[in-house]
Design a protein around this ligand. Sequence first.
Ligand SMILES: [Zn+2]
Length: 290
Amino acid sequence: MRLQHIHQKVVVWQSSIFQTTTTLVDAGNAIILVDPNWLPDEIAEIQQWISTKHRGKEIFLLITHSDFDHIIGCGAFPEAKIIASKGVHQREDKEKKLQEIAEFDAQNYIQRPYPITYPFVDFIIREDGFSMTIGQLEVLFYLAPGHVSDSILCVIPALQSTVFDDRHGLWITGDYFSDIEIPWIDDDLTSYISTVDKSLKILQSYPEISTLIPGHGKPASNRDEIFLRMQRDKEYLQILEKMMECKTEILGQSQIEEQLKAYAFPNQMIAIHRHNLKKIFKTKSEIRET
Ligand SMILES: [Zn+2]
């Protein structure tokens, strides 16, 4: 697991598995902890960090979405207040999510010193722009369907609101805008494109945002890089959209192959791309049937 100091108030751990990130934001008398994951030793390192550097502070545990890799560490922080979307709160297949964790653990002979639990949501995000004051920070949330239907984005416009020369803003995006992964469509393409468009507006509305932390991969540390990631994802999605309109998987294929080569794990990206194709063409035939 790799620890990175993003800002005086922000640290990010990158798991050895899928480069999944855990973010911790120091909010003064509280902390915001995002998606703690994956392995027991990794979770223990995070717990240790909190107990030495933030002892006694209230913990707000933000769950960006209900994919099992993002809820796997929830049970290790039973004292935390949980923030997640209405979708995470209302899921009917909560047992299935827990089953996925149990299967991963069984396959890898992993025993955890804490119970595997589905997040019980204390603060439910129901609408765009919902804002909360956590410790000394203002935190805003946006609904972000497309990857999965219950994703949210989290914006902290000013990490040190009382210091005028530091208006450093942070954006935590869950499984959007990764440097290591193409868009992964488990919800639907149209929603994904809308979320990217919404995100472009968010970036414009908050000129303070200078760091983006994705659910997998490395943080983007300036606005140009953030914008480039968004553009790259949008280009890919627009090709998929054209494929869907023309009802062919061939169109744009060579352009996509070129794009995928630029990623660190191109073969895995091809697998995700195939998954996306299956998803969008299945959706289309479902639409035709109804
Ligand atoms: Zn993920």
